[in-house]
Design a protein around this ligand. Sequence first.
Ligand SMILES: [Zn+2]
Length: 214
Amino acid sequence: MASSHHAAGGARVDRGVVAGTFSLDGETYDVDNNIWVVGDDSEVVVIDAPHDVEAILGVVGDRRVKAIVCTHAHDDHVRVAPELRKRTSAPILLHPDDRPLWELTHGTGEHGELWDVDLSDGQEIAVGGTTLTVLHTPGHAPGAVCLHAPELGVVFTGDTLFNGGPGATGRSYSDRPTIEASIKARLFALPGDTVVHTGHGDDTTIAAEMTNLT
Ligand SMILES: [Zn+2]
């Protein structure tokens, strides 16, 4: 299930895939989510926490989890984030504009569970000798972010950009003109050969997706 490829500096990207459901606006869909783990042999960042904490920990192995970074707060990306936090003692990072979506899954007030640290545009997250830069890319969700790792030549796009085009914008809290503006301004500004690691499905590249969205 898990696979990896190595890059310069000791940092690498490991991937898993886990099946579950996504619910919003009263409908539920079956979905396969990618699990992305970035780091070296000693410490990692986990990007999104879908469905099954054991599957995520299987990709992490015996390495220390430094942070759980959520690309956005749809339930298929954050459902087991609090459980993963409990197991690893790592903080959960989320852009605060996704609070309404987070609360749909994790509740509000004294019965709710919150994330720990707000993500902000331009923030840098160091892990395993490399750096992830936060790009705020609203549209699929108001607090959607992408994580660019320039030294690895990759960007993690969550559900903002897929192999084949932009993420879905047909449901609550989504907006098509906003996602297109985010992709064009922030993602298409990256080098064309940047590999795009998506929240669901196969990789693509920035150059390939520039031909899918004109
Ligand atoms: Zn989503």
